[in-house]
Ligand binder design. Structure first.
Ligand SMILES: Cc1cc2nc3c(=O)[nH]c(=O)nc-3n(C[C@H](O)[C@H](O)[C@H](O)COP(=O)(O)OP(=O)(O)OC[C@H]3O[C@@H](n4cnc5c(N)ncnc54)[C@H](O)[C@@H]3O)c2cc1C
Length: 498
């Protein structure tokens, strides 16, 4: 009997920051039928920049239980909606630095990725050597004169302390204090769902299905033949010649393990069949730990929902200091913290986390252990970041808007430990000789055929800046690699190309 027709040439799993880009770019070729499946709802409204709709009752975010460090557990959110985490985030759209890409494979050196950073954006304020002026994502900055008083007092304090002014934090190795580049227009966040996907929706070769959860990739031997999904309680196989996983750093690692790709011992212990033993799936992920300092404001400064959560930052020596423009209670519905805060984040941490499966049921969330501040170097770096932040808080310039840190300082120095929600690198790219690499430098899953990953999972090391702009760049580059077509056989079994 002949094999049934595929439902698509390519299935893109996950319509988040990266998935919307991949679906839009791949469907620009009218000869390729693309199906995008997204677990969350569709959304055409990017939402005001100053509100993060990720609180406990959100219908556009998923929450996961995590352990930040031994004895310190919490929950984290990811966007679960077209546009993904980029549709619910802070709108801080900053590139990885030139030096970040030195630890990526040669094909992803800064000179190789720069054309894709330029292609994805319209940033007319920046130097044209580094910036694009006709890409889908608008990048803007708030003028110093229009900033919230907390942001401008913070920049003045940084300058008074001797830090340089960085007018464009998206220049290759920009450091210092400056305005945050934002993927926003007139106080509204622009996600890749609005910038890339919506303009492509009229194409007859692109279908988008929302509210559908992928359970696993299905293989015939090592060849992917499609994706198993659950629709209205019924399991179905959606067939395709190629599957591109864009389910995010949590979702993609989770899906790969449920598809039989991961540490063989772990999968076998749960009774899951092993298709390819890849010990690196879920291992050594990175994120940016953040400790916040509460302070006493002199006055309540009016802010509306279109005011960016962060308008300015200081980048120095692997530390990012974040003067939030409002207490978290005003930013995230359902959160109770009413203190204004300065965030101190480690942007090049040593400590690495691990994601494993909780059970053989794909509906169960994974186990996520960050192991934050487990390295002595990270604890020392965080202490010096907190000292620096206290110095800025007590400076004359910041004193215009606030007094010193709130009395009754935490007894434990890292008491207010949280995460930047930048989890990346659960399926890192590397050479095929590297046992811990999960994808090769073209982002093809090693050891099988027909599956690629194009999202923040593939970062070899989390960038030393927020990952959103880099997620879009990865999606642009992987789409171009797929469109470029042929690539040599890459796995030990000698099987064909993706
Ligand atoms: C609240 C918040 C604030 C943040 N702020 C910033 C910021 O200001 N700047 C910055 O640079 N970064 C920020 N980040 C991080 C940044 O947004 C993410 O790193 C980035 O968007 C991740 O892109 P992605 O494509 O890898 O995954 P996502 O954008 O998370 O997309 C994954 C998509 O896959 C879908 N999916 C998952 N599993 C399945 C499945 N089994 N079947 C079908 N669909 C599935 C999800 O619903 C989701 O839509 C923030 C993140 C959060 C959550």
């Amino acid at each position: 009997m002949p094999a049934p027709d595929p439902v698509a040439d390519v299935i893109v799993v996950g319509g988040g920051s990266s998935g919307c880009v991949v679906a839009a770019r791949l469907s620009a070729n009218p000869d390729r039928a693309v199906l995008l499946i997204e677990a969350g709802p569709g959304s055409s409204d990017p939402g005001p920049l100053g509100l993060l709709p990720v609180g406990p009752r959100s219908d556009v975010a998923a929450t996961y239980p995590v352990e930040l460090r031994p004895g310190r557990s919490t929950t984290i959110s990811r966007g679960r909606v077209l546009g993904g985490s980029g549709a619910v985030n802070g709108g801080y759209f900053i590139r990885g630095t030139e030096s970040d890409f030195r630890s990526w494979p040669q094909m992803w050196s800064y000179s190789q990725v720069l054309p894709y950073f330029r292609k994805l954006e319209t940033d007319r304020a920046g130097d044209p050597r580094w910036h694009g002026d006709d890409g889908p994502m608008p990048v803007t900055r708030i003028g110093r004169e229009d900033m919230h008083p907390v942001s401008s007092a913070f920049l003045d304090a940084c300058e008074a302390e001797g830090f340089g002014y960085a007018a464009d934090l998206n220049e290759p190795n920009a450091d210092g204090a400056g305005p945050v580049p934002l993927n926003a227009v007139a106080g509204r966040r622009i996600s890749t769902a609005s910038a890339y996907l919506e303009p492509s929706l009229a194409r007859p070769n692109l279908r988008v299905r929302t509210g559908i959860v992928a359970r696993r990739v299905v293989f015939d031997g090592v060849q992917a033949v499609g994706v198993e999904v659950e629709i209205a309680g019924e399991r179905r196989l959606l067939r395709a010649r190629q599957v591109v996983l864009c389910a995010g750093a949590i979702g993609t690692a989770h899906l790969l393990m449920h598809s039989g790709i991961g540490p063989a011992q772990h999968l076998s212990a749960l009774g899951l069949p092993v298709v390819s033993d890849r010990p690196g799936v879920g291992r050594d992920f990175g994120d940016h730990p953040e400790v916040t300092l509460a302070y006493r404001p002199h006055l309540r400064v009016p802010r509306d929902e279109h005011t960016a959560v962060l308008e300015a930052v200081l980048e120095t020596d692997g530390i990012e200091i974040r003067p939030y423009t409002a207490p978290f209670a005003e930013i995230i519905p359902g959160v109770l913290d009413a203190d204004p805060r300065l965030g101190v984040a480690l942007m090049r941490p040593d400590s690495r986390g691990e994601l494993t499966l909780r059970s053989s049921d794909p509906a169960d969330p994974p186990v996520i252990r960050y192991r934050y501040l487990t390295s002595a170097a990270d604890r020392a770096a965080m202490r010096s970041g907190l000292d620096l932040a206290r110095g800025l808080l007590t400076s004359a310039a910041f004193g215009r808007v606030a007094a010193e840190p709130r009395a009754g300082s935490p007894t434990e120095p890292f008491e207010n430990l949280g995460t930047s929600l930048h989890l990346s690198g659960t399926c890192r790219m590397g050479s095929e000789a590297d046992r811990d690499a999960v994808v090769d430098d073209r982002c093809r899953v090693i050891g099988v055929d027909g599956v690629l990953v194009a999202d923040t999972s593939v970062m070899p090391v989390v960038t030393s800046r927020g990952p959103h702009a880099t997620a879009v760049m990865i999606a642009e580059r992987v789409s171009a690699l797929i469109e470029g077509g042929t690539s040599p056989t890459h796995d030990a079994q000698g099987s064909g190309r993706v």
